[in-house]
Design a protein around this ligand. Sequence first.
Ligand code: KG4
Ligand code: ZN
Length: 348
Amino acid sequence: MATVLAIETSCDETGVAIVKNRKVLSNVVASQIPIHQQYGGVVPEVASRHHLEMVNPVLDQALETAGLDWSAIDGVAATCAPGLVGALITGITTAKTLALVHDKPFLGIHHLEGHIYASYLTETSLQPPFLCLLVSGGHTSLIHVKDCGVYQILGHTMDDAAGEAFDKVSRLLNLGYPGGPIIDQLATQGNPKAFALPEGKISLPNGGYHPYHSSFSGLKTAVLRLVQTLEKEKSTSLPVADIAASFQDTVAKILTKRAIACALDFGLDTIAIGGGVAANSGLRKHLQEAAKIHDLRVLFPPLKYCTDNAAMIACAASDHLNRGHISPLTLGAHSRMSLEDVMLLYKG
Ligand code: KG4
Ligand code: ZN
């Protein structure tokens, strides 16, 4: 029953949380989104500097909220891959220092494993095997969750991630950053059937289609062409809400089709969603409707656990620590790392 303090600094949120198995004792997030908004995306050097400024105050707040001192903490964890290297180093160095000073084990956690564990925080009785649809700003994957640290990637994007597609379409519509929440909100006022957009099927050499892989760059280009055509044709303003609704509906259909096919083919009765795009209302609607038809269970974590946070990292670390998995203090930051290699982060 390990109580773990974890630090998440892989991108633009500085998070510190304390979790005992699947129970969140504190979860503090300082978002840098307003800082990066002026640049239209995350600037890595700016992110690193702000993590450095925020990590200590966020850490103090997490300990204070949980009402714990260091004697109650069994281990210290930090996201160590994948992510922005400078940003990751801030969290890892802080966690290692705390582990050394307080004589606690240190654990490096794979960020995507954290997103999987977000589902355990709310569905505390959830057990593998299940399917995880991981949709964030950097990833779009269908993962067969077999056990703690044991994952098989069944499907992935061939180009842009789903969240990246939301961010790029938002940028080309001049709506701002991050695009997901803005398009989601705007889509509520638009007609999802206003424009037919391509679903980006992945062709195989034998003439068939890959049922689980996805592609979003063609969809993004189709939105760009649509905007250019509409701008040429009409003198009135762009039907932005209809474009947002049609785009969101297409993304939701792409993800739903693949997740349902994957769950059925692999005999998995539960689909847990993770990553920032799990917040999307269109995806929630499509996936819930389709799951009902096929008698599958879908789990959407609450918003605060969908986007980057340290509670999901601490939950994963707690599970690893319960199994005796500990990382060496020589572990560094990795900008890329396959989820299938996560056990390389632990000794022995
Ligand atoms: O998981 P996350 O917080 O960070 C990464 O690890 O990437 O995901 C951020 C992504 C961004 O691309 C953002 O636009 C997207 O999640 N996002 C959404 C929504 N909220 C956040 N996408 C669609 N609909 C939303 N409501
Ligand atoms: Zn993330």
